[in-house]
Design a protein around this ligand. Structure first.
Ligand code: HEC
Ligand code: HEC
Ligand code: HEC
Ligand code: HEC
Ligand code: HEC
Ligand code: HEC
Length: 282
């Protein structure tokens, strides 16, 4: 009797471990294609499934060439006879810039690569404030990233991506306004801060020590980058000395007297494209 129990016991253990092994091997090897039925697994086309093809692509370093072998170089079906373009209807199909980051309106996050849409998330941050600012000129991707000329650009994903975007500042962040102050823009991922950039105050009579926190919208307000026009001092008041032609009594309702192309007498911007555009308009 004891022998019989042992026999059946070890048989059950063997069976169970075989099942577990089979489960794992299916996850590891056959996620792309379940060979016995020559088709992808269940949930492959369902975004809420763990077997979703989008998640699989992200987990395999966004390599779309692995799909092209069967679905064709132009994704129209190839030998598989199953086109990607029926669902991915934008130009260039799955390689469209808005497939993996951004949304239907733009290619910058939100959404981030991991799907995050909150501004407190590094992949999202202040993209919208810089691309569609309320009171300054809009930035382009090349103001903060290398120019990406198409999906296959070697500066884009590359062979061994870490899933973290590289920051390379463009010319605007290095502007000097013709003065002696030389910006040295720096991105610090650990504190999510941008410092020593022209745009945030490193310019003649700007607040040279100002930093912007990428994940905190409230970190940059009127008065962060240069003196606070609301309280009547557009330039920093170093040792109690204001810099001509600016004086303490000048508040945002008086900027228009000299900067009329930028602001009006009510203290509102008339042309935000001339603010933080790299030159003083007066
Ligand atoms: C070895 C060949 C092969 C490779 C590689 C391959 N596919 Fe497929 N795929 C197929 C075939 C065949 C079908 C059609 C299956 C069917 O009609 O059931 C298909 C169908 C699909 C479908 C439609 C599923 C549905 O339910 O409508 C999607 C989505 C898809 N593939 C995405 C991908 C992605 C993404 C990749 C790359 C990560 C990829 N495939 C790589 C052969 C392949
Ligand atoms: C049945 C419709 C359908 C087909 C067919 C299809 N996709 Fe998708 N794909 C989707 C949906 C839905 C999403 C998720 C979109 C979203 O989350 O906004 C997606 C997302 C993606 C993503 C984004 C991954 C990421 O990291 O965000 C890639 C890349 C992609 N698909 C590639 C392909 C390729 C390559 C093919 C063809 C081989 C294909 N898709 C075929 C519906 C489809
Ligand atoms: C298949 C998904 C996918 C598509 C489609 C895609 N990207 Fe990306 N993109 C990524 C990933 C992943 C990264 C992060 C790369 C890394 O690890 O360095 C990224 C990063 C970026 C960055 C940040 C800078 C960098 O290089 O790290 C820019 C800018 C960018 N993409 C622009 C584009 C443009 C423009 C297009 C359309 C031509 C595009 N992307 C299409 C996945 C995609
Ligand atoms: C003001 C500077 C700035 C501008 C302009 C900007 N980005 Fe970024 N971008 C960043 C920063 C900062 C990060 C976060 C980098 C990190 O995670 O270390 C980032 C991250 C990203 C990522 C990775 C998101 C993730 O999920 O991790 C993508 C993709 C991206 N940017 C695309 C774009 C595209 C496309 C544009 C133009 C349409 C653009 N960015 C414009 C600063 C900028
Ligand atoms: C009396 C004319 C006048 C008024 C009023 C005035 N500005 Fe200026 N502003 C100038 C001139 C001229 C320059 C260029 C100074 C230079 O290049 O040396 C300048 C430059 C600037 C700069 C660039 C930094 C610098 O000092 O060169 C900022 C920032 C600025 N003004 C903000 C303001 C704000 C904000 C207001 C309203 C609160 C304002 N200004 C009102 C004449 C004026
Ligand atoms: C992100 C940093 C930043 C913030 C925040 C900021 N400024 Fe400026 N501002 C600058 C820079 C940089 C300049 C230098 C000239 C240029 O590039 O336009 C400037 C210049 C100005 C000027 C001079 C005219 C010109 O040429 O632009 C006025 C007026 C001005 N700012 C008003 C304001 C007001 C009002 C606010 C708050 C609503 C404000 N600024 C907030 C960065 C900033």
């Amino acid at each position: 009797m004891k022998k019989l129990i042992m026999f059946y016991g070890s048989f059950i253990i063997l069976l169970a471990s075989a099942l577990v092994y089979q489960g794992c091997s299916e996850l590891n090897d056959n996620a792309l294609l379940a060979p016995e039925i020559r088709t992808h697994g269940v949930g492959w086309a369902n975004p809420s499934s763990s077997n979703f093809h989008g998640s699989y692509i992200a987990s395999t370093k966004w390599n779309l060439n692995q799909c092209k072998t069967c679905h064709g170089g132009d994704y129209s079906g190839g030998t598989s006879g199953s086109s990607c373009l029926g669902c991915h209807t934008n130009s260039n199909g799955p390689e469209n810039c808005r497939t993996c980051h951004g949304n239907s309106e733009h290619s910058n996050p939100p959404s981030a690569l991991n799907g995050d849409t909150s501004m407190t998330s590094l992949g999202v941050g202040m993209h919208m404030s810089h691309r569609y600012p309320r009171y300054s000129a809009a930035l382009s991707c090349e103001d903060c990233h290398r120019d990406i000329n198409g999906f296959d650009d070697p500066n884009h994903i590359g062979d061994n991506p870490d899933g973290i975007a590289e920051i390379f500042f463009g010319t605007r962040a290095y502007d000097t306004l013709g003065g002696p102050i030389r910006p040295n823009p720096t991105w610090d991922r650990s504190t999510a801060t941008c410092s020593n950039a022209y745009c945030h105050g490193t310019f003649k009579e700007g607040n040279v020590n100002a930093v912007g926190v990428w994940t905190n919208q409230g970190s940059v307000v009127c008065g962060t980058c240069h003196g606070n026009p609301n309280t009547g001092n557009p330039t920093p008041n170093i040792n109690g000395v204001f810099t001509e032609p600016h004086f303490a009594f000048m508040d945002r309702n008086s900027c228009y007297i000299c900067h009329g192309s930028v602001m009006n007498g009510q203290g509102n911007f008339v042309n935000k494209d001339l603010h933080v555009n790299g030159e003083v308009n007066y």
